[in-house]
Write a protein that binds this ligand. Structure first.
Ligand SMILES: Nc1ncnc2c1ncn2[C@@H]1O[C@H](COP(=O)(O)OP(=O)(O)OP(=O)(O)O)[C@@H](O)[C@H]1O
Ligand SMILES: [Mg+2]
Length: 416
């Protein structure tokens, strides 16, 4: 570790509500001889134990005291942020600390769903209709297209506060309801045309301004009513045509160019139908949950390591030797019931099944809101054919047993 003028050389990891891959990033940072500094909005954040230093900052206050503290005590080598709702804070940190970052122009658009929509529209990349602003602004703006989707521009994640509205009355009713939530009063929202079609995600990274696609996946049994993922996500896609994939890749290449993205991991989501491929969101990070395991299985590339290398190294290391089966699937248990999740099947039991690669079970977590996706368990599986992965998915769904109890247990952990 380097230590200039009694100041520690650190790499900042930004985190919001425990998200941000903190433990994994910290391990890479430490392996590289640096110290990790966690900045978190959770008091007594359990991830702090996995970092060298931690600072509590609620991501809503004046940033200047934090900048002062950082300048006084640390030499900041890099900033790692895998939470899109913190990109505008990341921008403020970069500016406040007088740092250079080649991705800076891109962050100005990626920070907000409204800003990126405006940019894609101006550049002629996407032509869907949209309006944006605070809830009060939107109450006074006429929306001319229905169905539409209203969603937060900055404060996004896990499909929280995303609603499809079929007409003006429903949109106004939704806005008025959101206005009653103190968390949302000052938030920026976007109201955009509803995009029909099959939902996909595409993960990859940009190096030397070139997009390297790693993992294109199709969401199966999508929950269109709640705008939540369904029971599984499969790669390669099974119904998306080659022409649509080509159109998508062309669009991504254009986006990388117009945003001047230099080096960045990207998780892109969108929908495809007979006529169009549309982008729904662009995240400056890898997909969450089981995505890292699935990507590592199929490509040999560890996305966390790659994201770390994109931020702090000159080159991204090449993948390890691997020979994956043809299909990879993430099986998800999104629980739609409030209470404490208790698994009756152990992770070891599921991992012992043939063709199960990885997984997690959030045993003891409390589901306090159905506003968001609550994926309490997920498993990465593989197979030589589509039928084989579907059979294994059904086997897991039948055999993975759990309870959602109404009473709080002593070991309850809470999720934001
Ligand atoms: N314009 C749209 N047309 C159709 N569906 C949409 C549109 N915008 C959002 N959705 C649906 O709502 C979901 C959540 O929206 P979005 O991905 O923008 O928010 P998010 O909170 O970042 O979600 P997540 O973190 O789960 O990806 C999308 O996956 C999609 O199913
Ligand atoms: Mg999304």
């Amino acid at each position: 570790m380097k230590n200039k003028g009694n100041k520690m050389d650190v790499i900042i990891i930004m985190s919001s509500d425990l998200a941000g891959g903190v433990r994994k990033f910290s391990a890479f940072i430490r392996r590289d001889g640096f110290k990790s500094l966690l900045i978190t909005n959770v008091k007594d954040d359990p991830n702090a134990a996995f970092c060298d230093f931690s600072i509590y900052f609620p991501w809503k206050e004046d940033l200047n005291p934090l900048i002062g503290e950082l300048n006084l005590s640390f030499n900041i080598a890099y900033i790692i942020n895998a939470c899109e709702r913190l990109i505008h804070w990341q921008l403020k940190l970069i500016e406040g600390l007088n740092r250079n970052d080649p991705n800076l122009p891109a962050y100005y658009f990626l920070k907000s769903k409204y800003d990126i929509r405006k940019k894609l529209h101006t550049e002629g990349i996407e032509d869907i209709q949209f309006i944006g602003g605070t809830l009060r602004d939107l109450l006074n703006t006429q929306c001319h297209y229905f169905p539409c989707v209203i969603k937060p521009s900055y404060y996004s994640g896990a499909s929280r506060w995303v609603r499809t509205c079929i007409d003006d009355a429903e949109l106004k009713k939704t806005i008025v309801k959101f206005l009653n939530n103190p968390l949302l009063i000052h938030e920026e929202f976007i109201v955009e045309e509803y995009l029909p079609g099959i939902e996909f995600s595409y993960d990859g990274y940009v190096e030397n301004q070139k997009f390297n696609g790693l993992f294109l996946a199709e969401k199966l049994n999508f929950d269109y009513q709640n705008n939540h993922d369904g029971d599984s996500i499969i790669s390669p896609p099974v119904t998306i045509s080659k022409q649509s994939v080509c159109a998508l890749e062309k669009k991504i290449r254009k986006i990388v160019k117009i945003l001047h993205i230099h080096r960045m991991f990207l998780h892109i989501e969108g929908r495809v139908n007979e006529d169009n491929v549309n982008i729904i969101e662009i995240n400056a990070r890898m997909g969450g949950g089981e995505y890292s395991s699935a990507i590592k299985y199929i490509t040999g590339i560890d996305p966390i390591k790659t994201m770390f290398e994109l931020v702090g190294k000159d080159e991204v290391s090449q993948p390890e030797e691997h020979s994956p089966k043809q299909y990879t699937m993430m099986v998800k248990f999104n629980i739609k019931q409030r209470g404490v999740f208790k698994s009756l099947t152990s992770l070891t039991e599921i991992l012992a099944l043939p063709n199960v690669i990885n997984g997690y079970i959030s045993d003891g977590f409390e589901i306090s809101s159905l506003e968001r996706e609550n994926v309490m368990a997920a498993f990465t599986i593989c197979g030589d054919s589509y039928e084989e992965v579907i059979d294994l998915r059904e086997h897991i769904k039948k055999n993975f047993r759990f309870l959602v109890s109404e009473k709080h247990t002593i070991n309850t952990k809470s999720r934001s």
